[in-house]
Write a protein that binds this ligand. Structure first.
Ligand SMILES: C[S@@+](CC[C@H](N)C(=O)[O-])C[C@H]1O[C@@H](n2cnc3c(N)ncnc32)[C@H](O)[C@@H]1O
Length: 159
Protein backbone atom coordinates (compact mmCIF):
# COMPACT_ATOMS: atom_id res chain seq x y z
CA UNK A 1 0.00 0.00 0.00
CA UNK A 2 1.21 3.50 -0.86
CA UNK A 3 0.39 6.17 1.71
CA UNK A 4 1.06 9.81 0.92
CA UNK A 5 0.75 12.56 3.48
CA UNK A 6 0.39 16.02 2.01
CA UNK A 7 0.80 18.58 4.77
CA UNK A 8 0.97 22.35 4.92
CA UNK A 9 3.89 23.75 6.91
CA UNK A 10 7.22 22.56 8.16
CA UNK A 11 7.93 20.59 11.32
CA UNK A 12 9.99 22.95 13.46
CA UNK A 13 9.85 21.19 16.83
CA UNK A 14 12.68 18.72 17.40
CA UNK A 15 10.64 16.40 19.60
CA UNK A 16 7.94 16.11 16.95
CA UNK A 17 10.52 15.40 14.24
CA UNK A 18 11.95 12.61 16.38
CA UNK A 19 8.49 11.09 16.78
CA UNK A 20 7.80 11.37 13.05
CA UNK A 21 11.12 9.68 12.26
CA UNK A 22 10.29 6.85 14.67
CA UNK A 23 6.85 6.12 13.19
CA UNK A 24 8.14 6.54 9.63
CA UNK A 25 10.68 3.82 10.42
CA UNK A 26 8.06 1.57 12.01
CA UNK A 27 5.66 2.04 9.09
CA UNK A 28 8.30 0.99 6.56
CA UNK A 29 7.43 -2.66 7.35
CA UNK A 30 3.77 -2.08 6.45
CA UNK A 31 3.54 0.41 3.58
CA UNK A 32 5.36 2.77 1.29
CA UNK A 33 5.17 6.21 2.87
CA UNK A 34 5.78 9.55 1.28
CA UNK A 35 5.43 12.88 3.08
CA UNK A 36 5.06 15.97 0.92
CA UNK A 37 5.35 19.32 2.64
CA UNK A 38 3.64 22.36 1.19
CA UNK A 39 5.20 25.68 2.16
CA UNK A 40 2.74 27.73 4.17
CA UNK A 41 2.14 31.31 3.13
CA UNK A 42 2.79 33.57 6.12
CA UNK A 43 -0.47 35.04 7.40
CA UNK A 44 -0.11 38.55 8.84
CA UNK A 45 -1.71 38.96 12.30
CA UNK A 46 -3.98 41.66 10.93
CA UNK A 47 -5.02 39.72 7.80
CA UNK A 48 -8.66 40.24 6.86
CA UNK A 49 -10.98 37.24 6.32
CA UNK A 50 -10.71 37.89 2.56
CA UNK A 51 -6.90 37.84 2.72
CA UNK A 52 -6.98 34.65 4.78
CA UNK A 53 -9.28 33.07 2.22
CA UNK A 54 -6.85 33.90 -0.59
CA UNK A 55 -3.95 32.36 1.35
CA UNK A 56 -5.98 29.24 2.14
CA UNK A 57 -7.02 28.86 -1.49
CA UNK A 58 -3.42 29.20 -2.69
CA UNK A 59 -2.37 26.50 -0.23
CA UNK A 60 -5.31 24.39 -1.43
CA UNK A 61 -4.22 24.65 -5.07
CA UNK A 62 -0.72 23.54 -4.11
CA UNK A 63 -2.16 20.61 -2.14
CA UNK A 64 -4.33 19.52 -5.09
CA UNK A 65 -1.31 19.57 -7.41
CA UNK A 66 0.35 16.96 -5.18
CA UNK A 67 -2.58 14.52 -5.10
CA UNK A 68 -2.51 11.66 -7.59
CA UNK A 69 -5.70 11.28 -9.67
CA UNK A 70 -6.44 7.72 -8.56
CA UNK A 71 -5.72 8.30 -4.89
CA UNK A 72 -8.32 7.90 -2.15
CA UNK A 73 -8.10 11.19 -0.27
CA UNK A 74 -8.65 11.43 3.47
CA UNK A 75 -8.65 15.05 4.59
CA UNK A 76 -8.09 15.70 8.27
CA UNK A 77 -10.75 18.17 9.31
CA UNK A 78 -12.12 18.98 12.74
CA UNK A 79 -15.67 19.05 11.34
CA UNK A 80 -15.31 15.63 9.68
CA UNK A 81 -16.58 12.26 10.86
CA UNK A 82 -14.96 10.74 13.93
CA UNK A 83 -13.31 7.34 13.57
CA UNK A 84 -12.09 4.92 16.19
CA UNK A 85 -8.67 3.34 15.70
CA UNK A 86 -10.46 0.14 14.66
CA UNK A 87 -12.53 2.12 12.12
CA UNK A 88 -9.36 3.53 10.58
CA UNK A 89 -7.77 0.07 10.52
CA UNK A 90 -10.89 -1.27 8.81
CA UNK A 91 -10.80 1.52 6.26
CA UNK A 92 -7.17 0.76 5.39
CA UNK A 93 -8.02 -2.91 5.05
CA UNK A 94 -11.09 -2.32 2.87
CA UNK A 95 -9.18 0.02 0.56
CA UNK A 96 -6.40 -2.52 0.18
CA UNK A 97 -8.92 -5.29 -0.59
CA UNK A 98 -10.82 -3.12 -3.08
CA UNK A 99 -7.64 -2.72 -5.08
CA UNK A 100 -7.29 0.94 -4.26
CA UNK A 101 -4.04 0.85 -2.43
CA UNK A 102 -3.11 4.49 -2.83
CA UNK A 103 -4.22 6.75 0.00
CA UNK A 104 -3.46 10.41 0.51
CA UNK A 105 -3.96 12.00 3.91
CA UNK A 106 -4.11 15.80 3.86
CA UNK A 107 -3.30 18.08 6.80
CA UNK A 108 -3.97 21.79 6.57
CA UNK A 109 -2.05 24.73 7.94
CA UNK A 110 -3.12 27.24 10.59
CA UNK A 111 -6.02 28.42 8.38
CA UNK A 112 -7.32 24.91 7.73
CA UNK A 113 -8.17 23.37 4.35
CA UNK A 114 -9.79 25.17 1.42
CA UNK A 115 -13.15 24.14 -0.01
CA UNK A 116 -11.58 22.66 -3.16
CA UNK A 117 -9.49 20.31 -1.04
CA UNK A 118 -12.48 19.35 1.10
CA UNK A 119 -14.46 18.64 -2.09
CA UNK A 120 -11.67 16.50 -3.56
CA UNK A 121 -11.55 14.43 -0.38
CA UNK A 122 -13.31 11.06 -0.36
CA UNK A 123 -13.39 11.16 3.42
CA UNK A 124 -13.26 13.95 6.00
CA UNK A 125 -11.72 12.52 9.15
CA UNK A 126 -11.89 14.23 12.53
CA UNK A 127 -9.59 13.25 15.38
CA UNK A 128 -11.85 15.02 17.91
CA UNK A 129 -13.58 18.35 18.30
CA UNK A 130 -10.34 19.81 19.60
CA UNK A 131 -7.91 21.76 17.44
CA UNK A 132 -4.42 20.27 17.24
CA UNK A 133 -1.39 22.08 15.86
CA UNK A 134 -0.56 20.85 12.36
CA UNK A 135 2.88 19.60 13.49
CA UNK A 136 1.43 17.42 16.22
CA UNK A 137 -1.37 16.27 13.92
CA UNK A 138 1.18 14.75 11.56
CA UNK A 139 2.71 12.71 14.38
CA UNK A 140 -0.68 11.61 15.72
CA UNK A 141 -1.76 10.56 12.23
CA UNK A 142 1.38 8.47 11.70
CA UNK A 143 0.88 6.74 15.04
CA UNK A 144 -2.75 5.95 14.21
CA UNK A 145 -1.89 4.58 10.77
CA UNK A 146 0.79 2.41 12.38
CA UNK A 147 -1.75 1.30 14.99
CA UNK A 148 -4.17 0.48 12.15
CA UNK A 149 -1.68 -1.82 10.43
CA UNK A 150 -0.88 -3.55 13.73
CA UNK A 151 -4.60 -4.09 14.36
CA UNK A 152 -5.10 -5.51 10.86
CA UNK A 153 -2.17 -7.91 11.25
CA UNK A 154 -3.37 -9.03 14.70
CA UNK A 155 -0.06 -7.93 16.19
CA UNK A 156 0.28 -6.79 19.80
CA UNK A 157 0.27 -3.01 20.29
CA UNK A 158 -3.34 -1.86 20.36
CA UNK A 159 -5.14 -2.11 23.68
C1 LIG B 1 -4.23 24.29 13.48
S1 LIG B 1 -5.28 23.24 12.58
C2 LIG B 1 -6.24 24.40 11.66
C3 LIG B 1 -7.34 24.98 12.44
C4 LIG B 1 -8.31 25.70 11.55
N1 LIG B 1 -8.95 26.75 12.31
C5 LIG B 1 -9.38 24.73 11.04
O1 LIG B 1 -10.55 24.92 11.35
O2 LIG B 1 -9.05 23.76 10.33
C6 LIG B 1 -4.23 22.61 11.31
C7 LIG B 1 -4.71 21.35 10.61
O3 LIG B 1 -4.57 20.25 11.50
C8 LIG B 1 -5.60 19.30 11.26
N2 LIG B 1 -6.36 19.16 12.52
C9 LIG B 1 -6.21 19.84 13.67
N3 LIG B 1 -7.05 19.39 14.61
C10 LIG B 1 -7.73 18.35 14.05
C11 LIG B 1 -8.73 17.44 14.51
N4 LIG B 1 -9.23 17.50 15.75
N5 LIG B 1 -9.20 16.51 13.65
C12 LIG B 1 -8.73 16.43 12.38
N6 LIG B 1 -7.78 17.26 11.89
C13 LIG B 1 -7.29 18.21 12.71
C14 LIG B 1 -6.45 19.82 10.11
O4 LIG B 1 -6.00 19.24 8.90
C15 LIG B 1 -6.15 21.31 10.16
O5 LIG B 1 -6.32 21.90 8.88
Amino acid sequence: MQIDIVAVGKIKEKYINLGIAEFTKRLSSYCKLSIVEIGDNPTPDNASPAEELIIKEKEGDKILSKIKDQSHVIALAIQGNMYSSEDLANKLDKLALSGNSHITFVIGGSLGLSDVVLKRANTLMSFSKMTFPHQLMRLILLEQVYRGFRINRGEPYHK
